[in-house]
Write a protein that binds this ligand. Structure first.
Ligand SMILES: O=C[C@H](O)[C@@H](O)CC(=O)C(=O)O
Ligand SMILES: [Zn+2]
Length: 276
């Protein structure tokens, strides 16, 4: 498992493009037939992917976790951004079509991933945080999520926020997870931007046209930088950093958070004119 150590705002100011990319941008997930993981020291986030092709893939513990099994002290969120698939948790099967989301509670011993059709494999995005108690494993289908409409065509940021794991939805210890889909012709996410010191956030961009890119904006509001992000890449956002982006075309992204406060609207907003 790759290990990432986050930079603080002081080191951030000294970083060039390569430094920024090596620290905040995680590439190389979604290898066919494999499970991939990265461990980020910030909030002890584990980020991963599972792309089952043919055989089912099993969630194995990692040496760095010093745990008998992966979810011994952790909880896991799973979002399918590929073809139809299923996840079996301790003998119970959950069928996940594209954009269906599963929460797997602490203490679940056996987790396996499979695809319905190897030619159109499931692409499971995985996000895990430490958990202090067990909450029941639960799935929410895309069709049953109530979207929150934000933005407008005039400001190029018309988009729908779908919350899956959150206070009024699937319960968890600290994981908050959902995704945002941009309307055709719109390209700005999370603008106006915000920070939230009580939680770090992980952005996973998907459905980015392979010939297009998203310019992800990060950093303190008065000292922003950008990362050029391709499809299925991940950006880690510390509490002191804004997280927003503008694509050369519309796209989707999964946002996931860990920390001490699950209130979705606990954000410190930044006026657009304050950004530098
Ligand atoms: O803290 C919450 C997150 O930054 C995202 O949910 C914001 C987002 O999806 C959007 O505005 O498009
Ligand atoms: Zn946020």
């Amino acid at each position: 498992m790759r290990l990432y150590q986050m930079a603080d705002p002081v080191r951030y100011e000294l970083m060039n493009t390569d430094d920024l990319r090596e620290t905040f941008l995680l590439e190389g997930f979604f290898q066919p037939g494999k499970i991939e993981f990265a461990y980020v020291d910030l909030d002890r986030t584990v980020i991963g992917s599972a792309v089952p092709v043919g055989e089912a893939l099993t969630l194995e513990t990692e040496p760095e976790l010093r745990a008998e099994y992966f979810l011994e002290r952790r909880e896991l969120g799973v979002l399918n951004v590929g073809g139809a698939g299923s996840v079996v948790v301790d003998g119970t099967e959950y069928s996940l079509d594209k954009l269906d989301c599963l929460y797997v509670g602490r203490g679940s011993r056996s987790v396996t991933f499979s695809s319905k059709n190897s030619k159109a494999p499931a692409n499971f995005y995985l996000l895990s945080y430490p958990a202090h108690k067990e909450y029941p494993t639960a799935m929410v289908k895309f069709a049953d999520m109530k979207g929150l409409e934000l933005g407008s065509v005039e400001t190029c940021n018309k988009r729908t926020i779908y919350k899956a794991i959150y206070k009024e939805g699937i319960k968890s210890c600290q994981l908050v997870m959902g995704f945002t889909l941009l309307a055709t012709g719109c390209n700005w996410n999370t603008m106006p931007a915000h920070t939230h010191m009580r939680r770090s956030e992980v952005y996973f961009y998907f459905d980015v046209d392979p010939t297009h890119r998203v310019f992800h904006l990060m950093g303190p509001p008065d000292a922003t930088s950008h990362l050029v992000v391709a499809d299925k890449e991940v950006v880690v956002s510390p509490g002191w950093s804004i997280h927003a982006g503008v694509g050369t075309k519309n796209y989707g992204f999964c946002w996931g958070m860990g920390g001490e406060n699950q209130a979705y609207d606990d954000m410190d907003g930044v006026a657009i004119a304050e950004l530098r």
